[in-house]
Design a protein around this ligand. Structure first.
Ligand code: ATP
Ligand code: PRP
Ligand code: MG
Length: 285
């Protein structure tokens, strides 16, 4: 049987969450340490462990059919590659930063300045759009040190918590893009493997939906039921079951995790009691 080939990062920030999402999709991978290629026992899938930065080229050449990769890397060197799903992890920004002591006013301040970065295409197209010309110094790591050692006036790199910038006496002045891990697809993927991709996407979507949601059970006095139900943004409408005690009901529903605390507070104020919150493993619409 034909197998779909997926690239995931060999080691680094994407590796663990990439393996976890496949696992949550019910895909087990026989994984020997230091193995660069592995197969799944229960899904027609082959995993290639590669460098994140090399993945766009492998996708372009059709060496792999799909990949889990940082969106920022696709923007830098894989504009021709399509994104099938955003995966919700490894969220970060790609930003321009300058020494804290600099009085920054606008992006025009970068005119003629030396910028150290591992993302030259991203910086170049950002500055071009703003009509600014700068001098780029391409380096592959430890970018934040560049202004301190006199290599550059500014940097462009990944920012997440901001602590690397802070430790190097830098401040973020322009956010060029927001990124997260994505499922990317080779332009060379065959029709047969596109069908496998659709099966995998169906599973990924169920996992992502479940990660975004909580299952909530609560008790409500019957006279407050309508008010409580009106507060619930459930999948269709909540399940309402009578409790053994006369005049009370049990209400079950699904709540988006971002709205969760807000809704719980309102439910309590409306008279809900004994609220239980449970994780959801998969959510199929
Ligand atoms: N501090 C961070 N917080 C959140 N996500 C990040 C952070 N740093 C990097 N990322 C995301 O994770 C991806 C992989 O980063 P990582 O540093 O592990 O690898 P890399 O050095 O860019 O790549 P390679 O695998 O080619 O060595 C980045 O492209 C970015 O999308
Ligand atoms: O805003 P923060 O939370 O501090 O994260 C940003 C830092 O994280 C990444 O480096 P990483 O730790 O992956 O090291 P690397 O340069 O070796 O890839 C990135 O290149 C920044 O330096
Ligand atoms: Mg890194």
């Amino acid at each position: 049987m034909k197998k779909i080939k997926i690239a995931i990062q060999k080691s680094g920030r994407l590796n663990e969450d990439s393996l976890q999402i496949l696992k949550d999709c019910g895909i087990s991978i026989d994984n020997g340490k230091d193995q660069l290629k592995a197969s799944s026992r229960n899904f027609p899938l082959e995993v290639f462990y590669l460098r994140n930065g090399d993945i766009p080229q492998y996708l372009r050449d059709g060496v792999v059919d799909i990949a889990i990769i940082g969106e920022n890397v696709l923007i830098e060197k894989g504009q021709d590659i399509t994104v099938a799903e955003k995966l919700g992890f490894s969220k970060c920004k790609v930003s321009l930063a300058v020494p804290k002591s600099v009085k920054y006013q606008s992006v025009k301040d970068f005119e003629g300045k030396r910028i150290a970065t591992s993302y030259p295409n991203t910086v170049e197209s950002y500055l071009k759009e703003k009509g600014v010309k700068a001098d780029l110094h391409i380096i592959s790591g430890s970018v934040e040190i560049a202004p301190n050692i006199g290599l550059a006036d500014a940097i462009c790199d990944i920012v997440s918590s901001g602590s690397t910038l802070f430790k190097n006496n830098l401040k973020e002045v322009e956010i060029m893009l927001h990124s997260e891990a994505v499922l990317a697809v080779s332009p060379e993927i065959s029709e047969e493997n596109t069908l496998l991709l659709e099966k995998l996407r169906f599973r990924i979507q169920s996992v992502l939906r479940a990660r975004q949601s909580k299952y909530v059970l609560l008790n409500a006095p019957n006279e407050k039921l309508q008010e409580i139900i009106a507060l619930l943004p459930g999948m269709r409408s909540p399940t309402v079951l009578p409790l053994a005690e006369e005049g009370w009901s049990s209400v079950h529903t699904v709540i988006n995790k971002d709205k969760f605390w807000e809704v719980i507070q309102e439910l309590k104020e409306a008279g809900a009691e004994g609220i239980l919150v449970c994780p959801i493993e998969k959510m199929v619409l």
